[in-house]
Design a protein around this ligand. Structure first.
Ligand code: NAD
Length: 333
């Protein structure tokens, strides 16, 4: 099958080529998929897209006109795809439901340790010959309460790690996961989780229900000075409200791997340009904020598995007309 791979980077090429082993013709395209670039899929039967590709109804229509029958997402989330339009146009949507939940959970833990022990600041100080400890005081994780919102595959891994630190773990999810209970998590409602946690970590998908789940009201419910971690999707927190929370001290520290407007920023080198997003720029001025550019998934194991399952989706679709891991529209309606 000829597959147009949008938003492709050198590492995508390396892992996808290895998993493909010459079976399909992969055409690597650097631009993001949107209405202005969809035409580049001409001649392909499938499109491979990533988290910040805009796969709305207009883009899907352009793809359908070119004969695209499969949209193979090389990620778990599918909030950037109009699934209703895809079904109406007869385009199968596939994803990688699970690759390495460890990669993402471990990145959340890296953020907690960095923010708590101020590793980002300490490292910069030492490089300048400043060995003073003022301002670097942290706290023991042991005995602290960690609130986990979303207890699926990543949330479960995260809970196990935090329980290993000796933390008390509170959890909120519409569906209880018995493995999380066995790992020591106690399910509570969201207000109780927010008001009782020293650290809150978000591991739910972005849906209409979770959009701005952490807003002004939620922040007012939080324990003063709590640490907030979002490695899930940017839209789950209201960034402007979080900035106000940081200024008032309600939020003691913030770790972000995702950002509401990240598709204008992430996955490219902008170091020689001016950042025009003032909200993002304000975030970077806080000493108690750490931001990474959507890299929680970025481990060798995760990329190998993403490539393997993406190829499985494409091969299965070619052979049977059905992807191995389709996304059904029923998931959102
Ligand atoms: P999953 O489907 O296994 O688990 C998600 C959990 O969230 C489920 O248990 C679900 O019931 C729960 N949930 C749904 N709505 C909720 C709500 N309103 N409140 C609380 N919980 C709710 O998914 P996963 O593999 O654990 O991934 C979770 C999310 O992590 C993905 O949706 C994606 O957005 C994000 N993610 C980020 C990266 C990254 O690199 N930063 C990588 C992979 C996944």
């Amino acid at each position: 099958m000829r597959v147009a791979v949008f938003s492709s980077k050198s590492y995508d090429r390396k892992f996808l080529d290895a998993a493909n082993a010459g079976r399909h013709q992969l055409v690597y395209l650097e631009p993001r998929l949107d209405a202005s670039t969809a035409i580049a899929a001409d001649g392909a039967q499938a499109v491979c897209a990533f988290v910040n590709d805009h796969v709305d109804s207009a883009v899907l229509e352009l793809l359908a006109q070119q004969g695209i029958r499969l949209l193979a997402l090389r990620c778990a989330g599918f909030n950037n795809v109009d699934l209703v339009a895809a079904r109406a146009l007869g385009i199968e949507v596939a994803r990688v439901p699970e690759y390495s939940p460890y990669s993402v959970a471990e990145h959340a833990v890296a953020m907690i340790l960095t923010l708590n022990r101020k590793i980002h600041r300490a490292s910069a100080r030492v490089r300048e010959g400043n060995f003073a400890l003022e301002g670097l005081l942290g706290f023991d994780l042991h005995g602290k309460t960690v609130g986990v919102v979303g207890t699926g595959k990543i949330g479960y891994c995260f809970i196990r790690i935090m329980a290993g630190f000796g933390c008390r773990v509170l959890a909120f999810d519409p569906y209880q996961n018995e493995h999380c209970v066995a790992a020591g998590a106690e399910y509570v409602d969201l207000p109780q989780l927010l008001s009782s946690s020293d650290i809150i970590s978000l591991h739910c998908p972005l849906t209409p229900q979770t959009h701005h789940l952490i807003d002004e009201k939620a922040i007012r419910t939080m324990r003063r000075g709590a640490m907030l971690i979002n490695i899930s999707r940017g839209g789950i927190i209201d960034t402007r409200a979080v900035i106000r929370g940081l200024k008032s001290g309600m939020i003691g520290s913030l770790g972000l791997d995702v950002y509401e407007e990240e598709d204008n920023l992430f996955f490219r080198d902008l170091s020689n340009t001016v950042i025009h997003d003032d909200v993002f720029a304000r975030l970077l001025t806080f000493p108690n904020v750490v931001v990474t550019g959507h890299q929680a998934f970025f481990t060798h194991e995760a990329l190998s598995e993403i490539a393997r399952i993406t190829m499985e989706n494409i091969s299965s679709f070619e052979q049977t007309g059905k992807a191995a891991y389709p996304v059904s529209v029923e998931r959102i309606v």
